[in-house]
Design a protein around this ligand. Structure first.
Ligand code: UDP
Length: 329
């Protein structure tokens, strides 16, 4: 039986595909290649298709024996979602509805969903627990929460079992150095910092230093992308073994402030990485740090890359080898 990975040419998707291939799973990738990169898909069968295109998706489900879906395909930029929520509702929410309908039609009853800490919004407590209030502060998080809820109702009504993984900040690159993070435009902190270290930018903009945190900059929980990939595979195993639906956070329980991230990157790269304080970015909560106790207990998840230094080292290796990302090769 094959696993369908939607968005498998994206950053976290491609690392999950690599991890599935390493475990000899049969992998089918669906990606519209809007954000994803063909070169990032290291194996399996790739369909350049959009979830909202019923004909293309019929072909995917008809041509393969799919028993589980790992669903990454979505737009995921907080800032952009505030400017253009319509895009997010259309691609993320409507795209997920189309996918779930196809799963129903073809009798596929297992889905692992790539959710986000942005579903919580400004947290009530830190570390955040799965049963804490969800009140997103940006349209991106709102659409991810809508997708989660949709999946839950499809479970209640049609028996589609799910694991929703709410993760925090993905970082790092594959140990092989073959795949890594390449977004256009790049908006994420660590790759932008590394572009400064490569001499592609003069400085890193620091979005706000007046947050109610110890050094005034936002605090985030960074997780290595390979550890995230492993969690998705464990979630598929849970569902294949008949396990119940559940929602799990994926984080390392420790927050790093923007200033701390810059400092560690200076150490890893040996570059001074000048930083310039600018205005806050719309929609950014002050601190997002997860408790991953449930993922450890329910999925048997045991992340291997605990240290942010190690994560930035793997990202730095990828960026040095691919200074222009995939397209520049
Ligand atoms: N950030 C920043 N400068 C940048 C990009 C990001 O100060 O050029 C901050 C951002 O405000 C947030 C943190 O870095 O507090 C992580 O942002 P990123 O976009 O990497 O991930 P997000 O937390 O939005 O998923």
């Amino acid at each position: 039986m094959a696993i369908l990975v939607t968005g498998g040419a994206g950053y976290i998707g491609s690392h999950t595909v690599a991890a599935l291939l390493e475990r000899n799973e049969e992998v089918i990738v669906v990606d519209n290649l809007q954000q994803g990169h063909r070169e990032a898909v290291l194996g399996g069968k790739l369909y350049e298709a959009d979830l909202r295109d019923a004909e293309q998706m019929d072909k995917v489900f008809r041509e393969n024996e799919i028993d589980a879906v790992i669903h990454f395909a979505a737009n995921s930029l907080v800032g952009e979602s505030m400017q253009n929520p319509a895009k997010y509702y259309h691609n993320n929410v409507y795209g997920t509805l189309c996918l779930l309908e196809k799963m129903n039609q073809y009798g596929v009853t297992k889905i692992v969903f790539s959710s986000t800490a942005a579903t919580y919004g400004e947290p009530e407590q830190v570390p955040i627990m799965e049963d804490d209030r969800t009140r997103p502060t940006n349209a991106y998080g709102e659409t991810k929460l809508a997708m989660e809820n949709m999946i839950r109702w499809f479970d209640t009504a049609y028996g589609i079992k799910y694991v929703s993984l709410r993760y925090f900040n993905a970082a790092g690159a594959h140990h092989s150095g073959r795949i890594g993070e390449d977004h256009t435009p790049e908006t994420h902190l660590i790759p932008l910092i590394l572009q400064v270290a490569l001499g592609q930018r003069s400085h890193i903009s620091l979005f706000g230093d007046d947050y109610p945190t110890p050094d005034g900059t936002c605090s985030r929980d960074y997780i290595h992308v390979t550890d995230l990939a492993d969690a998705h595979i464990l979630a598929v195993h849970r569902l294949r073994q008949g396990g119940d639906s559940c929602v799990c956070n994926l984080g390392n329980g420790q927050g790093f402030s923007v200033k701390e991230v810059i400092e560690i990157a200076r150490k890893v790269t040996g570059h001074p990485i000048p930083a310039v304080v600018e205005a806050r970015r719309a929609g950014d909560p002050a601190a997002l740090v997860a408790s991953s106790a449930r993922a450890r207990a329910e999925l048997g998840w045991n992340p291997q890359y605990g240290s942010l230094e190690r994560m930035i080292e793997t990202a730095w290796a990828w960026h040095q080898a691919h200074p222009r990302g995939y397209g520049g090769q």
